[in-house]
Structures are given as C-alpha cells and as structure tokens.
Design a protein around this ligand. Structure first.
Ligand code: P6P
Length: 337
C-alpha cells in the first residue's frame, strides 16, 4: 500500500493554487487519466484480447492503422466527450476535429491527443504511450472549429503523457515543473514517484533514426559526426546512441537521465517539414521538456513559439538536454549566416 501523494491529491492541490478555478480542469484531467488507465489495461493484455496487428485502414497521416490505434482513440473519446468540459477534441487518428455530441454540454477546454504513440511497437512489446495537450477554447461553450486548435504551444494549459512500459507512468506539467506518477494497480491510482523531474543539461546520449542519415541537413550531420568521433573528436567525450521508435519512450528516458532526441527535417520526403506532428506530439513534449529544464526547437525556432497552420502539421523536433539542443540549433543558425 503506497503512502505517497496520489495524482488526485496533486491535481486538487493544483486547483487550490489556481485563482478562480471552478474544478472544471480538475474533472477534465481526471477523465483523461481514467482513459489512460483503461488504455494501459488494454495494451497490457495485448494478444490476450486479440487486439494486436493492423487494420486495412489508413489514418490521415497515410499510416496503416493498428487495431489499438482505433480502440485507444475510442477510449479517449468516450472518456472525455460527456462531462461538459470540452468544446471539441482532435486526434492523430481523426482527419477532422471531433464534435461533442448534442446530448452533452459544451465546455471551455480543447483536448488534443495521440492515443497510442509508437503503436507500431505494440506487436513487438516495446513501450508505447498516450500524449495529450489541453488548451483553452477561444469561445467557451461553442463547438470548436479547426482554427480554434491552431494555438502556439506556449498557450497550453497542461501537457502530459502516459507511458505503458515495465510500469505505467503518467508525466505531466501545468506550467510550473514536470512531475511523474506511477500506477499502483492494486489501488488503481497514480502515485507521485518522480517529483520535479529535471533534465541534466549535459549528456552523452543521442537518439536519432540513423537510417535517414543520407537525407539529413548539414547541421544535423555535423552534430552526429561529432558525437560519433567521441573522445578523439571536438566533443572530447564518447557518446552512446538509442532509438526506440517510440517518442514517449525516448522523452521519458531523457527526462529520467538526460539526452537529446532528434527527428530533424530531412530530404527523404521534401513535401514533409518533418515526421512528428506539432499539435499532439511536438507541442506537448516541448512543454514537458522545457518545464523540466530542457529545450525543444525545430533546429531553427523554439517549438512552443510556432503558430500552427494545420491540425496535422509536421515539424522537425530536436529536444532534450539544453546544452546539446543549443549546440544543434546553433549549427543551424551558423548555416543560415
Ligand atoms: P521511425 C512513432 O510512429 C513516431 O511517431 C514517434 O513516436 C517515433 O519517435 C517516430 O515516429 C519513429 O519514426 O521513422 O523511426 O519509425
């Protein structure tokens, strides 16, 4: 039996600190957390429920949908559509924003999410996760339009992710620090186990999909070459490389022990500005990372300053230990000079 602070207590204490709080946000976040617990349960049962494998369908990204992509998207929708806290929802798995059904009241928040990030890893039992971002609706109580979601990441009220790994954890920020909670399955509650998570400014670990090397821009090529040169090169120290192909797992490792994660702009598909999506991957992760003392840029600009142009807009992502992110970003600016 744990004796630590529960997530419920933590959220209520946050509400007490927020002038004018009505409890709407607390209740919304509680519904998101319930959805993450339900998703953890389904993901952890995996093959026992016959939910592995792919469907014949593709999502708006042109990616083959896994059965669990659709199942987890439905869990997020059903858990959050009814309570009257939301003006709308948007998801990686839905082309258009989800309109709250008429039988439910409309609220003052917007919920954006990737219900199962890294889902291609589920069949091979590698950690996956749910990423979510909460914004204020421009007009409370009015059904959200696409443009309502197109807010800079700096305007997020809350960002978080659940990671379904050796343990199920929830990591979130409200804008004053990043905190981690571990699910106690015996009680069914998340417990504060990682208070005030802080990313070391220095690191010896970088994460990038090296199979794309021939498509990288020169600043990224230069940075990775210097890491690979190790002690004999300009960095004067050896580096290690990781690539899990699950952003939630990469970010969680970086929050826990430092590192730099890069999914940079490359020439593999010139039409794409990057692989990762701004609204429900880059923005929430950038908020979480910055609140833990890290940095997050596109290589050229701070991610949280970007003005979104589309619901599924892709951007380059370079995030993690501040010294390293600043180095890579500096190389991009050198190139521009
Ligand atoms: P690649 C998962 O599909 C994802 O969106 C991120 O979670 C992950 O970091 C990246 O794509 C992996 O991309 O090209 O290595 O499969």
């Amino acid at each position: 039996m744990h004796t630590g602070t529960t997530l419920t207590q933590f959220i209520i204490e946050e509400q007490r600190r927020t002038a004018g709080a009505t409890g709407d946000f607390t209740s919304l976040l509680n519904d998101v957390v319930i959805a993450c617990k339900a998703i953890s349960n389904v993901v952890n049962k995996g093959a026992l429920l016959g939910v592995m494998g792919s469907l014949d369908s593709e999502n708006v990204q042109g990616e083959t949908q896994k059965k669990l992509d659709v199942i987890t998207n439905d869990i997020m929708i059903r858990s959050n559509e009814w309570a009257g806290h939301l003006a709308g929802m948007a998801s990686e798995e839905m082309d258009e924003p989800y309109a709250i059904p008429g039988q439910y009241p409309l609220g003052k928040y917007l919920l954006v999410f990737d219900p199962l990030d890294g889902s291609s890893n589920v069949d091979v039992n590698i950690s996956v996760g749910t990423i979510f971002s909460i914004l204020k609706a421009p007009v409370a109580g009015r059904a959200a339009k696409t443009e309502d979601f197109l807010q800079p990441g700096a305007q997020q009220v809350c960002a978080g992710y659940a990671i379904y790994g050796s343990s199920t954890m929830l990591v979130l920020t409200f804008g004053h620090g990043t905190n981690g909670f571990t699910l106690d399955r015996d009680v069914g509650e998340f417990v504060l186990t990682h208070p005030s998570m802080t990313i070391p400014t220095e690191t010896r670990e970088f994460a990038i999909n090296a199979s794309n090397m021939r498509f990288w821009e020169k600043p990224v090529q230069r940075y990775v070459d210097e890491c690979l040169a190790g002690k004999t090169g300009p960095r004067g120290k050896d580096f290690n490389m990781r690539w899990v192909a699950s952003m939630v797992a990469e970010v969680h490792r970086i929050l826990t022990r430092g590192g730099i994660f890069m999914y940079p702009k490359d020439t593999k598909d010139p039409a794409k500005a990057g692989k990762l999506r701004l609204l429900y991957e880059a923005n929430p992760m950038a908020f979480i990372v910055e609140q833990a003392g890290g940095a997050a840029t596109t290589g050229r600009e701070r991610i949280l300053d970007l003005s979104p142009e589309g619901l599924h807009q892709r951007v380059p992502v370079i995030l993690g230990s501040k010294t390293e992110v600043d180095t890579v970003t500096g190389y991009h600016h050198e190139k521009a000079a």
